[in-house]
Design a protein around this ligand. Structure first.
Ligand SMILES: [Zn+2]
Length: 327
């Protein structure tokens, strides 16, 4: 191990974290050295998970930020943030639907600097999506991170032992089939949770031709919110109060991390972008998050690669994780 480097273990893999990261070809994407408090227009990434990353950065950003976002509800409690309607095309239906809800939008002053935070789809070893976004905000690497979301109050369900299961889905506008977890494993997890006495709630945002489930038959559940019935605040409140969350990689995982909800991540593929060492920054408290990886986990960077997703002894591995959560 070289000076200034350290290792950590994610998903059973030892990963080296160079510190600080100094690749010359790897730069930020906007002006970040303006005067403290001077307003800046932030053209935010519109993904749900990306919004959680950006929230963690905006919290520490020393300037008044007029943020163009589809998810103002997840940002507007931050004192230096003013949410503005997105001006770029929105790729996803879920983003457009939320941005179209009634909201007291702000308007950025004319002529102020513009910042376009982003992260690359895959990184050099040791760089996470979050640290990449931090870099694009011009924030120092390796600083302490507060990773959270607002408190949206009571869960929409009064049941005490709720387990949230996010379906394996693919959206037409974001056809990342390689990342989606095995639908068979998601269904087995739902069955196991029912057997353990949980009130299983399935969640998705399905719509004909635009976002579809990969499950051949309905996932066992007591309650279904599979067609976007829950607005983002209710979805957050549901996950925040759940005893356990089962999901693949995506925005819902970041919500679970933000609320420290015990989470089982059933990994699919596309590992160069979606492995735990990339999607969960080591500074995020993730003791209650466990990953189940396919036996032949694929580190490709292809959205539609047929990554092998089979996890042997799935029931036993899942059972061990759930036992470990001390639920
Ligand atoms: Zn693959």
């Amino acid at each position: 191990m070289g000076a200034g480097s350290r290792f950590h273990t994610v998903g059973g893999l030892r990963v080296m974290i160079p510190s600080p990261y100094r690749a010359k070809s790897y730069r930020g994407h906007g002006p970040t050295r303006g005067p403290v408090g001077a307003p800046v227009r932030v053209i935010a990434m519109q993904g749900l998970g990306d919004t959680v990353f950006q929230r963690a950065c905006l919290r520490d950003f020393p300037r008044l930020a007029y943020v163009e976002t589809s998810w103002p509800q997840l940002l507007d409690d931050l004192p230096n943030v003013r949410c503005c309607p997105p001006t770029r095309d929105l790729h996803l239906r879920t983003q457009s639907l939320n941005a179209a809800r009634e909201y007291a939008w702000h308007t950025p002053p004319l002529g102020i600097e513009t910042l376009s935070p982003m992260h690359h789809s895959h990184h050099p070893p040791g760089v996470t999506h979050l640290s990449d976004v931090e870099h694009s905000f011009g924030l120092p690497s390796g600083k302490r991170v507060t990773y959270d979301l607002p408190d949206f109050g009571m869960s929409p369900l009064a049941h005490e032992r709720v387990a949230v299961v996010y379906l394996s889905v693919v959206a037409a506008a974001w056809k990342l089939t390689a990342r989606a977890p095995s639908p068979e494993h998601i269904s087995r997890a739902a069955e196991a949770l029912i057997d353990r006495g949980y009130h299983v709630v399935t969640v998705a945002h399905l719509q004909d031709q635009r976002e579809w489930s990969l499950h051949r038959s309905p996932v066992p559940a007591h309650r279904r919110f599979e067609h976007g019935e829950l607005p983002i605040e209710k979805l957050c409140a549901l996950i925040a109060s759940a005893r356990v969350l089962v999901c693949g990689v995506g925005g819902v995982l970041q919500i679970g991390l933000a609320y420290r909800t015990p989470t089982v991540v059933i990994a699919g593929g596309n590992g160069k972008c979606d492995h735990g060492s990339v999607t969960v920054d080591p500074r995020i408290e993730s003791d209650s998050t466990s990953w189940l990886y396919p036996d032949e986990y694929c580190f490709c960077a292809s959205w539609q690669h047929d990554c092998p997703k089979y996890i042997s002894d799935f029931d036993a591995k899942l059972g061990a994780v759930l036992d470990g959560f001390d639920l």
